[in-house]
Design a protein around this ligand. Structure first.
Ligand code: AMP
Ligand code: TRP
Length: 318
């Protein structure tokens, strides 16, 4: 069976190093290591509409994610880079999935439960989120979805939904597998919790040197041991533990020196990425052309699949 890889992020703001090491870096690595796999990298703009209902902001965020994708090394020659809203089959299939899905089943979603705990009035789009994501994945006969740990349940929704559809209408969808890197499944933030925009504990992926310094200085250290655990855990992303163990032993108890070393390592890593991004940003038209072409490529595949789905459910009469 042909291998198909699909993943994406929502254009909801600047990516951080948790997004990068948890998911995006694997995309670039897989692009090289799996030349024969068909690859799709999506910008989930219709998912983001649940959070961003502001024309200018959404537009800017979409463009920002394309730049992020190109800057980290996704290559439009090898992978289709596209936005969800360019392929209307996604929302169509999400609707079809809604009709075979029950509310209690969707109420078990972590994201829904989290929203419920916060006692927010939960939007229908947020509630349906897993069905749109299932459609994103299943439309392309995706076999592998490289993501961070927090998306695992969403991939299970996609598998369950594929199985349910296949049971009702006959074999149609491939069951996708999540690909989650163990060591970076959950990248910690400056406070030791999972790095997340909503916790305000991030280090932005394309941060300036000043932003890196500020973020590292804010890393919470406790004075109980000689190794500042939160500094070390982030440092591990940039340097081997063998090297770090020597450094952390040598600088035992000297938190300021260790933070300075971390700042230097992060800055050296981010600088070329940031510069690549600045280069791409100079040519907005070329970037939009890449996005548009990726949309055409994705659409060609998705359209063929949605025709099969229409046929299966019984709405295709001519
Ligand atoms: P999000 O920012 O929630 O749209 O996440 C985009 C991608 O980054 C998803 O695949 C997440 O699983 C992954 N991700 C987000 N935060 C982290 C983190 N702290 N550690 C590892 N992966 C993450
Ligand atoms: N839910 C994912 C996130 O928040 C983004 C996403 C939407 C996605 N559709 C997808 C990821 C399909 C992988 C495959 O990160």
């Amino acid at each position: 069976m042909k291998k198909v890889l699909l993943s994406g992020i929502q254009p909801t703001g600047r990516p951080h190093i948790g997004n990068y090491f948890g998911a995006m870096k694997q995309w670039v690595d897989l692009q090289t290591s799996q030349p024969d796999t068909e690859k799709f990298f999506m910008i989930a703009d219709y998912h983001a509409l649940n959070f961003i209902q502001n024309n200018e902001e959404l537009k800017q965020n979409i463009l920002d994610v394309v730049l992020d994708y190109l800057a980290i090394g996704l290559d439009p020659k090898q992978s289709a880079i596209f936005k969800q809203s360019d392929v209307s089959a996604h929302t169509e299939l999400a609707w079809i999935f809604d009709t075979i899905t029950t509310m209690p089943y969707l109420m078990r979603a972590h994201a829904f439960k989290d929203a419920e705990v916060k006692n927010k009035e939960i939007g229908v789009g947020t509630f349906n989120y897993p069905m749109l994501m299932s459609a994103d994945i299943l439309l392309y006969d995706t076999t592998v979805v490289p993501v961070g740990q927090d998306q695992k349940q969403h991939i299970e929704y996609a598998r369950d939904t594929a199985e349910k559809f296949n049971r009702i209408f006959g074999e149609t969808f491939v069951l996708p597998e999540a690909l989650i890197m163990k060591e970076v499944a959950v990248v910690p933030g400056t406070d030791g919790q999972k790095m997340s925009k909503s916790y305000g504990n991030t280090i932005p992926l394309f941060a300036t040197d000043e932003e890196i310094r500020k973020a590292v200085m804010s890393i919470v250290t406790d004075s109980s041991g000689s190794i500042p655990k939160n500094v070390y855990e982030i440092h591990k992303l940039f340097r081997s533990t063998t090297e770090l163990d020597v450094l952390y032993k040598e600088k035992s108890g000297k938190y300021k020196d260790l933070k300075d070393a971390l700042i230097a390592d992060i800055s050296a890593f981010i600088k070329p990425l940031r510069e690549r991004r600045e280069e791409f940003a100079k040519n907005k038209d070329a970037v939009l052309a890449i996005l548009k072409a990726g949309g055409e490529k994705a659409k060609a595949k998705a359209q063929a699949k949605i025709e099969v789905v229409r046929e299966k459910i019984g709405v295709r009469l001519y």
